[in-house]
Design a protein around this ligand. Structure first.
Ligand code: NAD
Ligand code: ZN
Length: 478
């Protein structure tokens, strides 16, 4: 089996001339916080001559030999890179073997006419004659099909593929094709969701040897006894794959079951809530709750695939959709784009891509990923003070107001009011403050928060005077 994602591996971009490998590769590298290597430029700088000069001087075979050397050197580097391969670099059998061993390869698809418009007559050695160019495109196609772990056309698509995330309307019905491998499958489904979408999932997995497990609907699934029931009833072994169907609660407990059953088996998340598709299903954090705290016990266990079918969200109750919309607004503020204005399937794709890039860069929550907590310090304090009777989305909407106000972004405060319209919370102010202080006690001194320098410019670990934080919290309470 090829690599399911680019976590800890190079992300290689392949594709024909004019498919955008360099432009999109540079952008993807920026999002993933990785160094970008453009193979053609690397060859040129090592040889001290341009690609055209090298073709001229050494012939295509000579150039290919040099290109193969450089490609294999680059792909041997330990630090995971984003590498834009030259259009013909994948012709080398040796390079293809190295890619399989050390990289996750995304092919950028481009129609030959578009490619010709971009690079035809540009002086590139293989883009001088239109007929020859089109013939070459036909000839190369099977090579790209062979080398590619995924195919896409844009930078969100690259990042999603790199994280193993598949966003497509109708994808639940082709789930069987999207679960990697051919071994047995254990389907773990939210009991309520199972009644609505379970049959489709089972039909789509029909060709696989399958066992089914149900967990209680929603948060009630995230308890030790449910986990224990899963452990003791699983029949699949290490060759099997767990498939989790449900919201964030289901993917959290099922993902943790996958992380621990036989010391870890692969799993596929199929999030069925907006929260799940834009947030909980992505990034490999799994957990259950204990009486003392939410998400008290868990593991980092990256799913081999995340299948987001925005069509399943049509059955979602309004209250659950509002929870998701709060995370969409949070992501839009972090990304600097009004993502909440997009149609829902696009919201899912864009938000999932934003989170996927950050989590790939910081899978163990040591730095950049902290930004995803925008508004959440306040939200958690309000939820705790309400004994978790306050919906998470409502608490996040209020938390965003506080974070934006402390960031001095009054226009965005108005936007959040307009889009999410959160009522002040009916909780005890002292209890909320105590919960916030408890949450922050791990770090000595003034509370540290995620704020925005501007929309699209998050800063984390910002020290804010205690009085300001307390005042901002109180403003959220009725
Ligand atoms: N691991 C992470 O990174 C992460 C991130 C965010 C949230 N979470 C966790 O996710 C959990 C919340 O998940 P959630 O908001 O997705 O809700 P949920 O899983 O608790 O589900 C909420 C309700 O919606 C129902 N439901 C789910 N999909 C449906 C559908 N398509 N149609 C009709 N009903 C449907 C469920 O049966 C349930 O009753 C929390 O426990 C939170 O801690 C985890
Ligand atoms: Zn949240």
């Amino acid at each position: 089996m090829n690599a399911p994602h680019a976590l800890g591996r190079h992300l290689a971009l392949a594709g024909f001339m004019g498919s955008g490998k360099t432009t999109l590769g540079r952008e993807a590298a920026k999002r993933l916080g990785r160094r970008f290597v453009d193979l053609d430029r690397e060859v040129e700088s090592r040889a001290g001559a341009s690609v055209a000069e090298l073709f001229e001087g050494r012939g295509e075979a000579g150039f290919r030999a040099l290109e193969e050397e450089v490609a294999n050197d680059v792909l041997r580097e330990a630090e995971p890179l984003v590498v834009a391969l030259g259009g013909g670099a994948v012709l080398s059998v040796r390079t293809r073997a190295t890619l399989r061993a050390r990289a996750f390869t995304v092919v950028l698809d481009v129609a030959p006419a578009t490619a010709w418009e971009r690079v035809g007559g540009s002086g590139r050695p293989l883009a001088r004659d239109a007929d020859a160019f089109h013939a070459l495109h036909r000839e190369r196609r099977p090579v790209y099909d062979d080398v590619g772990d995924a195919t896409t056309t844009d930078v969100d698509g690259i990042v999603l593929a790199a994280a193993g995330v598949h966003v497509e309307v109708g994808s639940l019905d082709v789930l069987g094709e999207l679960v990697p491998g051919a071994g047995p499958v254990a389907l773990v489904a939210d009991a309520h969701v199972s009644g609505i979408h379970g049959i489709r999932a089972q039909l789509a997995l029909g060709s696989r040897d399958m066992e089914g497990h149900e967990v209680p609907a929603g948060e009630a699934a995230k308890v030790p006894v449910v986990l224990e029931r899963l452990w003791t009833s699983f029949r699949i072994g290490r060759d099997g794959t767990l498939v989790a169907l449900g919201g964030g609660s289901t993917t959290d407990v099922a993902g943790f079951a996958a992380a621990t059953h036989m010391r870890g088996i692969p799993w596929v998340a199929v999030p069925t809530t907006l929260v799940g598709q834009v947030d909980a299903g992505i990034g490999g954090k799994t957990a259950i709750d204990l009486p003392q705290a939410k998400n008290a016990v868990g593991a980092f266990h990256w799913p081999v695939r995340v299948v987001c079918d925005p069509a399943v969200l049509t059955t979602l109750p309004d209250a659950e959709r509002r929870n998701g919309l709060a995370e969409v607004v949070k992501t839009g503020l972090l990304a600097g784009e009004p993502l909440w204005e997009l149609p829902e399937p696009e919201q899912v794709r864009r938000c999932a891509a934003y989170k996927a890039a950050i989590c790939l860069d910081d899978p163990h929550d040591r730095g950049r990923r902290l930004q995803l907590n925008l508004g959440h310090t306040f939200a958690h304090a309000l939820e705790a003070a309400a004994g978790y009777a306050l919906p998470h989305g409502h608490a996040v909407a209020l938390g965003l107001l506080a974070a934006l106000r402390l960031s001095g972004l009054e226009a965005e405060v108005a936007t959040v009011r307009q889009v999410l319209a959160p009522e002040p919370a009916r909780v005890d102010a002292d209890a909320a403050w105590a919960a916030l202080a408890r949450d922050k006690k791990a770090v000595a001194g003034a509370p540290r928060l995620v704020l925005l320098e501007a929309v699209g410019k998050p800063r984390w670990g910002v020290e804010v005077p205690e009085d300001d934080v307390r005042r901002a919290l109180h403003e959220l309470i009725a």
